[in-house]
Design a protein around this ligand. Structure first.
Ligand code: FES
Length: 141
């Protein structure tokens, strides 16, 4: 998915149709994230002003949901499930190997609903069951 570079005018255009939505903060954050690939700090103030809520309210929602990024997306996003079922089949060991190779592109996640096929890894939005380092590398190619 390609994203637009951040611009205040483009952000205003994204937010304007949402003014009529009830409880629009999460919807606005998702819309900004969808347009730009992340939610820059400038967008927090813009959303607060647009919907007449405090910046703290916007920040609280933004930091609650792990899928909302505050920095531009990395080249690859590798999420590894570290919930109980995946840990029982080696997700922590796999995590160490992946972090050694892909460093900050790897982040923890908690259950993709794929528990029977752990360890589960999501690479750029694609779910991989019984994941191995080779399978992750193949998906990144
Ligand atoms: S515990 Fe890993 S997918 Fe559910």
């Amino acid at each position: 998915m390609t994203h637009s570079p951040w611009s205040i005018d483009a952000a205003i255009a994204v937010l304007e149709p949402l003014r009529a939505e009830p409880g629009p903060v999460l919807i606005a954050l998702q819309a900004i994230s969808g347009e730009f690939g992340y939610v820059p700090s400038e967008a927090v103030a813009l959303i607060a002003n647009t919907f007449n809520v405090s910046r703290a309210d916007v920040h609280g929602v933004l930091t609650f949901y792990h899928d909302l990024r505050t920095t531009p997306a990395l080249a690859n996003e590798i999420k590894i499930c570290v919930a109980e079922a995946c840990q029982a089949v080696g997700s922590r060991d796999l995590e160490k190997v992946l972090k050694a190779t892909y460093a900050d592109q790897v982040c923890d996640a908690f259950c993709f609903g794929n528990c029977a096929l752990g360890p589960a890894v999501m690479v750029n939005g694609k779910l991989i069951g019984r994941a191995t380092p080779a399978m992750v590398a193949e998906e990144i190619k």
